[in-house]
Design a protein around this ligand. Structure first.
Ligand code: HEM
Ligand SMILES: *[C@@H]1O[C@H](CO)[C@@H](O)[C@H](O)[C@H]1NC(C)=O
Ligand SMILES: *[C@@H]1O[C@H](CO)[C@@H](O)[C@H](O)[C@H]1NC(C)=O
Ligand SMILES: *[C@@H]1O[C@H](CO)[C@@H](O)[C@H](O)[C@H]1NC(C)=O
Ligand SMILES: *[C@@H]1O[C@H](CO)[C@@H](O)[C@H](O)[C@H]1NC(C)=O
Ligand SMILES: *[C@@H]1O[C@H](CO)[C@@H](O)[C@H](O)[C@H]1NC(C)=O
Ligand SMILES: *[C@@H]1O[C@H](CO)[C@@H](O)[C@H](O)[C@H]1NC(C)=O
Ligand SMILES: *[C@@H]1O[C@H](CO)[C@@H](O)[C@H](O)[C@H]1NC(C)=O
Ligand SMILES: *[C@@H]1O[C@H](CO)[C@@H](O)[C@H](O)[C@H]1NC(C)=O
Length: 379
C-alpha cells in the first residue's frame, strides 16, 4: 500500500512537471537551475540520424486519399510557415503540428520534393533554435498550451513563432512581430502579393514578382518597423522563401517557367491546403538547384544585412560583422559559435549530448557545400 501511494505520488509529481513544461517547448535560453528541474521530467528520445534523399524524385500525386486536407482542430498548432502548415493539414506531418526533425525532413521531401541538404539545414537550424533537443520534438507554431497546476514562466514558448530566431520580419504574407501578430495569414499583405503578381507577372507569381515583392517588403519594414532586423538567419531565409512558392507550390506537371496561380497561392498561404489533384514538384530542390533562383531575387535589389537602429524607422544601417551571401561559412560558424552557444551556455549531460548530435547532423548537410570547417563540439 505504501509502495503504491509513493508510486502514485511520484507519478503525480512527474505529471505536474510534464504538463507544466510541454514536451515540445524549447530549452534554449533557460538557466542551469531551470534545466536541472525540467530535464528529468522530459521523456528523452533516442536521436537517430536524419533520413537520406528520396530514391524516386518524380512528380507524384501528394493530395491523395491517404493525405486528405482537414481543417486544424482547436488544439492543433499552426505557425508562420505555409509549407509546414500545409503538410500538417494534409497529414504528411502529425496533424497536431508537433514533429521530430526526422519527420519534418521526410515530410518536406515526400510532400514537396525539397532536396535533402536544404531540408536538413532548414530543419536543424529551426530545431536548434526553437525545438526541444531532449524530447526531439519541434512545434511548427508557438501555441504552447499552458495548462497544469504550475504554469511555466513566459520565457517558455518555443516553436517556430518565436520571433527573432528563425521567424523574422518582412514576410510576404505575415506581418512583422512589431505589429503584434507575427504568424497569421494577413489579408492586406496577401492583397499586395496579388497586386504585384498582376503588375509584374501577368496575374501569376513568378520570379520577377518574387524579386519586386521581396524588395517592396524590405522597404516597407524599413519605413514602418522601428525594430526591423535583417541579419542571420532571417536575412537568408527571406530571400529563399521568396522562391519557395515557385518551386514548391506549383504543380509538378507544369510547363516551365515556374509561375503560381493566385487561387492556388491563397489555398496554401491562407488555408494550408493543396489544390485537388496536386502533384509535387518533379525536381528535387537541393541547394544547388534552388541557389540560382535565390541569387536572382537577391541580385535584383541587393541589400547588405543590417537593420533599423535607435528604435527609429528609416534608419537602415548595415551590420559589417553579419554573414552575407559572399561569406556563407561565416553564416554556419556564427550560428554555432554565437547563436547556439548563447542559447545553450548552460547545457550539460543529456542536453549537451543532444545538442552536439544535432550540430553534427547540421554540419553533415553543410560540408557537402565546400570548404566550411566544423566547429568543435561543445563541452
Ligand atoms: C524544412 C523545414 C522548414 C522549416 C523549419 C520552415 C520554417 C519556416 C519559418 C519559421 C518561416 C517563417 C519565416 C518568416 O516569415 O518569418 C517560414 C516561411 C515560409 N516557408 Fe517554411 N519552413 C520549412 C519548409 C518549407 C517548405 C517545404 C515550404 C514550401 C513547401 C516552405 C514555404 C515557406 C514560405 C513560402 C514561407 C514564407 C511565408 C511568407 O513570407 O509569407 N517552407 N518557413
Ligand atoms: C518513380 O515514380 C513514378 C511515379 O509514381 C513512376 O512512374 C516511376 O516508374 C518511378 N521510377 C522508378 C525508377 O521507380
Ligand atoms: C496586416 O498587415 C498590415 C501591414 O503590415 C498591418 O497594417 C495590419 O495591421 C495587419 N493586419 C492584421 C489583422 O494583423
Ligand atoms: C509572435 O506571435 C505570438 C502569437 O501571437 C506571440 O505570443 C509572440 O509574443 C509574438 N512575438 C513577438 C515578439 O511579438
Ligand atoms: C513574369 O511574368 C511577366 C508577365 O508575363 C513576364 O514579363 C516576365 O518575364 C516573367 N518573369 C519570368 C522570370 O519569367
Ligand atoms: C520537370 O518537368 C518540366 C516540365 O514538364 C520539364 O521541363 C523538366 O525537364 C522536368 N524535370 C525533371 C528533373 O524531370
Ligand atoms: C543612432 O543614434 C546615435 C546616437 O544618438 C547616432 O550617433 C546615430 O547617428 C543614430 N543613427 C541613425 C542611423 O540615425
Ligand atoms: C560580406 O562580408 C564580408 C565580411 O565577412 C565583407 O568583407 C564583404 O565586403 C561583405 N560583402 C558584401 C557584398 O557586403
Ligand atoms: C568557435 O569557437 C571555438 C570555441 O570557442 C573556437 O575554438 C573556434 O575557433 C571558433 N571557431 C570560429 C571559426 O570562430
Amino acid at each position: 500500500m505504501k509502495h503504491f501511494s509513493l508510486l502514485f505520488l511520484s507519478s503525480l509529481l512527474t505529471y505536474q512537471l510534464v504538463t507544466a513544461f510541454p514536451s515540445h517547448a524549447s530549452l534554449a535560453g533557460l538557466s542551469a537551475r531551470e534545466l536541472e528541474e525540467i530535464i528529468p521530467s522530459l521523456e528523452r528520445r533516442v536521436i537517430k540520424p536524419p533520413p537520406g534523399p528520396l530514391t524516386n524524385t518524380s512528380a507524384i500525386l501528394v493530395n491523395d486519399h491517404l493525405h486528405p486536407w482537414k481543417p486544424a482542430g482547436k488544439d492543433d498548432i499552426r505557425g508562420p510557415c505555409p509549407g509546414l502548415n500545409t503538410l500538417a493539414s494534409h497529414g504528411w506531418l502529425p496533424r497536431n503540428g508537433i514533429a521530430s526533425p526526422s519527420q519534418i525532413i521526410t515530410a518536406v521531401q515526400e510532400g514537396f520534393n525539397m532536396g535533402n541538404d536544404l531540408a536538413l539545414i532548414v530543419t536543424y537550424v529551426a530545431h536548434l533554435l526553437d525545438g526541444n533537443l531532449v524530447t526531439d520534438l519541434l512545434s511548427i507554431g508557438g501555441k504552447t498550451p499552458k495548462t497544469g497546476p504550475n504554469p511555466p514562466a513566459p520565457a517558455i514558448v518555443g516553436g517556430l513563432d518565436t520571433h527573432g530566431v528563425f521567424e523574422g520580419d518582412t514576410s510576404m504574407t505575415r506581418s512583422d512581430a512589431f505589429f503584434g501578430d507575427n504568424h497569421s495569414f494577413n489579408e492586406t499583405l496577401f492583397d499586395q502579393f496579388v497586386d504585384f503578381s498582376n503588375k509584374f507577372g501577368g496575374g501569376f507569381y513568378n520570379l520577377t514578382v518574387a524579386q519586386e515583392l521581396r524588395f517592396q517588403r524590405i522597404q516597407q519594414s524599413i519605413a514602418t518597423n522601428p525594430q526591423f532586423s535583417f541579419t542571420f538567419p532571417r536575412y537568408f531565409t527571406a530571400f529563399a522563401e521568396s522562391v519557395f512558392p515557385l518551386t514548391f507550390f506549383t504543380d509538378g506537371r507544369h510547363e516551365s517557367p515556374l509561375q503560381l496561380d493566385m487561387t492556388v497561392a491563397r489555398g496554401f498561404f491562407q488555408d494550408s491546403r493543396m489544390p485537388a489533384d496536386f502533384f509535387r514538384s518533379n525536381v528535387s530542390w537541393t541547394l544547388e538547384k534552388i541557389g540560382p533562383g535565390v541569387g536572382a531575387v537577391f541580385s535584383a535589389h541587393p541589400i547588405p544585412p543590417g537593420g533599423n537602429v535607435n528604435n527609429t524607422v528609416n534608419t537602415y544601417t548595415p551590420d559589417p560583422n553579419a554573414a552575407n551571401f559572399s561569406n556563407l561559412c561565416k553564416l554556419y560558424t556564427d550560428f554555432v559559435n554565437v547563436t547556439v552557444r548563447g542559447l545553450y551556455s548552460d547545457a550539460k549531460g543529456v542536453l549537451l549530448e543532444a545538442l552536439n548530435k544535432n550540430l553534427d547532423f547540421l554540419f553533415d548537410a553543410i560540408k557537402g557545400q565546400g570548404s566550411c570547417v566544423q566547429v568543435p563540439p561543445f563541452v
